[in-house]
Ligand binder design. Structure first.
Ligand code: ZN
Length: 81
């Protein structure tokens, strides 16, 4: 069974689609039980998206706000593909 520390280390690979199905499955099993990691991954994804966008042009206040709303808003759904 994965630990929270493992999830944090795997987050970057998950975003880059570098995890195999077995890793994804064990990650998903952990996320079902662990609210902390669900929140962590949601924030990680939002920040990464914002960072990639900022390479091209600086994020506007509205974009930053929409990311923050996502982080604070509805729960992340690990089953969504
Ligand atoms: Zn966890």
């Amino acid at each position: 069974m994965l630990k929270c520390r493992d999830i944090e280390q795997m987050a970057g690979q998950l975003q880059d689609d570098e995890l195999n199905w077995r890793q994804r499955l064990s990650m998903r099993m952990h996320l079902i039980m662990c609210h902390h990691c669900r929140r962590f991954l949601k924030q990680f994804a939002a920040i990464k998206k914002l960072a990639e966008h900022s390479v091209r042009e600086p994020a506007s206040d509205d974009e930053v706000k929409s990311v923050m709303d996502k982080i604070n808003g509805s729960p992340w759904e690990p089953d969504r593909e």
